[in-house]
Write a protein that binds this ligand. Structure first.
Ligand SMILES: NC(=O)c1ccc[n+]([C@@H]2O[C@H](COP(=O)([O-])OP(=O)(O)OC[C@H]3O[C@@H](n4cnc5c(N)ncnc54)[C@H](OP(=O)(O)O)[C@@H]3O)[C@@H](O)[C@H]2O)c1
Length: 223
């Protein structure tokens, strides 16, 4: 993919891993946070050279062609709505990596939305003119940008209503090294990969490793 201005909204381990990988691939990346000047974002900018910048969520999104959403799940809708204000996300690809984790009852977390709705669909309703694609929420931050950490086949999913937006996301994923990219269908199919977190958390506890993932075997893929 040619050099693109990309906003990564989120300064946690996911935001920083994605932002670093995108800068390494030649993109201009603005790391977004609640504040125009964020200590963690400033450190990241200092480490990543002239193609790295920081801004508040809305400014970062407005300055970019593609926007990645990697904030705490409970704030995903509010951040998407703020970024969309004034039409700043109209027509843009909004890549949703968030999980609707509910830690209110302790560990392991449950989900605050599942089954008949998803956080991806909520994000889409919060930013109705963005082209939302859900992906990468089923693996940890390190695996997202380096699927080769896991031996053998390893799958990632995409869900979204817009075919061109999904093609853009597929190109980003291929740039990270993903090979088994499974297009599940429209955005409502994100209900599956979000609910999968319940199993992922148990697999993590059972194995003691976050470098884990699933792959699809035994079915002919359509794409
Ligand atoms: N950690 C993983 O390996 C992993 C894997 C798959 C999916 N995910 C999902 O990816 C997302 C990011 O995860 P993470 O572990 O990198 O970090 P996180 O701690 O879940 O989120 C950090 C981000 O949330 C923002 N945030 C916190 N409170 C907020 C508020 N009140 N209003 C607006 N924004 C707020 C922070 O803003 P500031 O920048 O201003 O501090 C920061 O940018 C989550 O939805 C998570 O479920 C994580």
């Amino acid at each position: 993919m040619k050099q693109t201005n990309i906003a990564v909204l989120g300064t946690g381990m996911v935001g920083k891993a994605l932002a670093t990988a995108l800068v390494e691939r030649g993109h201009r990346v603005t790391l977004g946070s609640r504040k125009a000047q964020h200590e963690g974002a400033a450190a990241w900018v200092a480490e990543n050279g002239e193609n790295a910048g920081q801004a508040d969520f809305a400014t970062a999104a407005a300055a970019s062609q593609i926007v990645l959403l990697a904030v705490k799940g409970e704030h995903a809708e509010a951040v998407a709505a703020a970024a969309a204000d004034g039409g700043a996300l109209d027509g843009k690809v909004l890549v949703d990596i968030t999980n609707p984790l509910d830690f209110s009852q302790g560990m392991p977390p449950s989900l605050f939305v599942f089954g008949r709705d998803s956080l991806a669909e909520r994000v889409q309703r919060a930013a109705p003119k963005a082209r939302v694609v859900k992906t990468l929420n089923t693996v940890n931050a390190s695996v997202m940008v380096d699927p080769g950490r896991i031996e053998g086949q390893t799958a990632v999913f995409v869900s979204g209503d817009d075919a061109d937006a999904k093609a853009t996301v597929r190109a980003l994923l291929e740039g990270f090294g993903w090979q088994q990219i499974i297009d599940l269908g429209d955005l409502s199919t994100a209900r599956g990969p979000e609910a999968y977190l319940l199993l992922w958390l148990r697999l993590w506890q059972a194995t003691g490793s976050a470098d884990i993932n699933i792959a699809l075997h035994g079915a002919a893929k359509r794409d």
